[in-house]
Design a protein around this ligand. Sequence first.
Ligand code: ZN
Length: 456
Amino acid sequence: MWDLAIINGVLVSPTGRYRANMLIKDGKIGAITTGDLDGIDVRETVDARGRMVLPGMIDAHVHLDEPGPAVNEDFTTGTRAAAAGGVTTVVMMPGFIPCVNDAETLLQRKDQFGEKTFVDYAMLGGAGAEMLDTIVPQAEAGAVGYKSYIRPYNPQRPGLICKDSGDVYVTLREVAKSGVRVGFHAEDFPVIEKLTEDLVAQGRTGYADFHGSRPESTEILATLTLLEVARMTGAPLHLVHMSSPDAIDLAAQWREWGTDVTIETCPHYLLLSDEDTARVGPYAQVVPPLRSPESVARLWEQVEEGIIDIIATDHAPGLPERREKGHTNMFESGGGLSALETVMPLLINEVSLGRISMEHLVDLVAEMPARLFKMYPRKGILQPGADADFILLDPEVEWTIDVNRFETKDPEAAKIFDGRKVRGRLDEVYVRGTKVAEAGRTTGTAGYGEWITPVG
Ligand SMILES: [Zn+2]
């Protein structure tokens, strides 16, 4: 007796698409068959004729700070938004307060999160030079990777920071022993600080000035340090939220030289430019900042050429009272976008526009994130033995993004995309064979989500 059959749908994988029936039992895909189902016992059947069956997104970059000082999203609202948006697994950043920086805190956070989450989740540990001894134990406890920054030490973030290249070296040396990947925020803060001081001293605090304080050069500088230290230590490096095509070209060069480096970009770097910040200010404020239309065009080329490995959201809506300050002083605004409910509709729309194939999209948002963070083949692919995490997509329906319908705590932080017309509607979303959302509304249960630890 099967629990669920999804029949007549077109299943999409990175290597192709085919019409088939998918049979599910105990939350797993048990069989995929093109034969008829006469005589097969099924509790519930869903006819997916005319629809595509996509693996659910694995969002490798999600900030839900509960408690936290900067992000206006909690575990409940954030994972409701994930379900509604077709994100079936969230990879949690460690920057809560207190932040995740040792195995004990990781496990505490895992339990707190697990009581509330509507979708499956994995955790990143913290890696930094102040707490080298706790790096490997976090992977042993179940972290699928780490997050780290190159910036001055911050008493609220012990164990997440490398203040200079020496710190990067000792941190990556530890990471290399762990078997999992470290995601680094690649911006050179000492240079950003100098640029910011100069601009603020001149009373220049507008939208364009904020961009001027974090030029692509600052991303290139940090990327260079990270790449070379990764080559020295052999640590697997993941460059998060990359926005500079020049920095990405460098990473591609180091990869050619044998360095284990992978590259992430975000929907906002592909779909917005610095001209949007000029239009709406703090509602398009992200770090690194949005780039020029020329850089956006090159970023798309790097997606098409397969240089960019994954797309993730960096979902991190900032606090509204801080965001509003950005209209008078962008340096006082936290910015940050709510992106879990826009990411898949926006990217699927790019498929409908012919920008990339659906096969390539599912590689970027499902299979590759699962591979990079050691969840494959449990996650990220529609094949027997994998978790039955999937989206039923009607590729033809045109609709308009309405952030007022969103599940996120902070729909305002998604308003840069409000009113966009898109083609391709997420009809239903399933996590381990259970429906968690329908027509953009969450139907699941808090606490349903399971903790996902590294495979193998
Ligand atoms: Zn982030």
